[in-house]
Design a protein around this ligand. Structure first.
Ligand SMILES: [Zn+2]
Length: 118
């Protein structure tokens, strides 16, 4: 199971709107900060978490840390004249690869091995 907010491994934090498990989706989270942020988000939108606008912003927000690593590793030159859209493709490739792996690994896990009761 992966965190409903950031795609990292979920670790026993959860949120279900008004604790009505049959009616609203149960979201799992990796950490207390993700649980609080994701829970607040779900509370504002009737139990749902729509990540699309947040994901677009998160990709944008990842440009700076990516640039910092590129500078640190002396790799900035080949990226210098690239457009924002091209930089975002690099970030998205990393995020997509990470999340696809998380989903594959989660799917491969034995569901009866899962200690989380929701
Ligand atoms: Zn998370």
């Amino acid at each position: 199971m992966v965190c409903a907010l950031c795609g990292r491994a979920a670790k026993g934090f959860g949120y279900t709107h008004q604790l009505r498990w049959g009616e609203f989706p149960s979201h799992r989270f990796c950490s207390m900060p993700c649980c609080e942020a994701g829970g607040a988000l779900a509370q504002r939108s009737a139990g749902m978490i729509d990540k699309t606008p947040m994901e677009a912003q998160a990709i944008k927000d990842a440009r700076r840390p990516l640039a910092e690593v590129l500078v640190e590793l002396g790799l900035m030159a080949p990226f210098h004249d690239r457009s924002a859209a091209e930089i975002d493709r690099v970030i998205e490739a990393c995020v997509d690869g990470f999340q696809a792996s998380m989903r594959r690994q989660a799917a491969a896990r034995d569901p009866f091995d899962d200690p989380i009761p929701f």
